[in-house]
Design a binder for this molecule. Structure first.
Ligand SMILES: NC(=O)c1ccc[n+]([C@@H]2O[C@H](COP(=O)([O-])OP(=O)(O)OC[C@H]3O[C@@H](n4cnc5c(N)ncnc54)[C@H](O)[C@@H]3O)[C@@H](O)[C@H]2O)c1
Length: 264
């Protein structure tokens, strides 16, 4: 069925597109000819991504959006639609991690992290639904979760809860929107070299310690996540719905065990 192999040319909203994985997703999508709207609070970074996408020959647009704010999300839809011509995709890559304070679950950290990482995905899908329906067939949404959507971590319980929740939300969206042909999936990155990971590899030896838990023996470039996201938003993934795709070099497959590369 060769007609399924093409990537729809519909526009994609990328939250968190000013940096890291979101930026890589915006560029990967633009490379495939898809118009991109970057929604972020970091205006300079967003503008730089928009400029790079436009240089690849697609319509590109930036909006200042704090994804915790429903009014800002709703206000960004119409100008993005006008600039892109259509919106048939979403990547929710805006995210943040905050360590737990002494009492483990402090309300401010909990609300902040859950609002950005989880609640926003639901609000944005809702706000974009008329556009996603109009751009169908082929519309799809992707939430950037984490391997911490699959395992626990005592240092960052709110982050872990938000990412487990994002996978649950993605599965529920797959159930709710699947009958319309709109697909919803989550991607679970492992250790990706972005500003978010910097504190974890800042101290001497910490990077190497992390790398020893990855069967592929290295951290990932954000492009390696972006290419999977681009696939999920394309008709190449026409029967992938409700999945949580792990992109972690094998970390979770082996439970984070270190291995020296020899059985001797
Ligand atoms: N880097 C990793 O190792 C890793 C691993 C697993 C999952 N992730 C997830 O990938 C996503 C992207 O992270 P990254 O590593 O690229 O981090 P990053 O810090 O480089 O980028 C995050 C982006 O989100 C934006 N953002 C934060 N809060 C926002 C808000 N309220 N409104 C709008 N934009 C906001 C930031 O301005 C930034 O541009 C996050 O959801 C993160 O949890 C990252």
């Amino acid at each position: 069925m060769p007609e399924l192999l093409g990537t729809p040319a519909t526009g994609v909203v990328v939250t968190g597109g000013a940096s890291g994985i979101g930026r890589a997703c915006a560029l990967a999508l633009a490379t495939a000819g898809r118009p991109v709207a970057v929604w972020d609070v970091e205006d300079a970074g967003a503008a730089a991504t928009v400029k790079e996408c436009a240089a690849l020959g697609v319509a590109a647009h930036g909006e200042h959006v704090d994804v915790r704010e429903r009014a800002q999300i709703i206000a960004a839809v119409e100008p993005s639609l006008a600039a892109l011509g259509s919106i048939g995709g979403l990547v929710h890559a805006a995210g943040m991690v905050r360590p737990a304070l002494d009492d483990v679950i402090d309300a401010d950290t909990w609300d902040f992290v859950l609002d950005v990482n989880l609640r926003a995905h639901g609000l944005i899908v809702s706000a974009l639904l008329p556009a996603l329906r109009a751009a169908n067939p082929g519309s799809a949404v992707v939430g950037i979760a984490s391997i911490e959507g699959l395992i626990g971590h005592g240092g960052i319980p709110s982050y872990v809860a938000s990412k487990h929740g994002l996978i649950g939300l993605s599965r529920s969206l797959a159930h709710r929107l699947g009958p319309e042909g709109i697909r919803a999936n989550a991607v679970c990155p492992g250790y990706i070299e972005t500003p978010m990971l910097s504190p974890a590899i800042a101290t001497p030896g910490s990077r190497e310690k992390l790398e020893r838990t990855v069967p592929l023996g290295r951290l990932a470039h954000p492009d390696e996540v972006a290419r999977v996201v681009r696939f999920l938003l394309s008709d190449e993934a026409s029967y992938v719905n409700g999945s949580a795709i792990v992109v972690d070099g094998g970390v979770t497959a082996v439970g984070g065990q270190e291995f020296g590369g020899t059985l001797d």
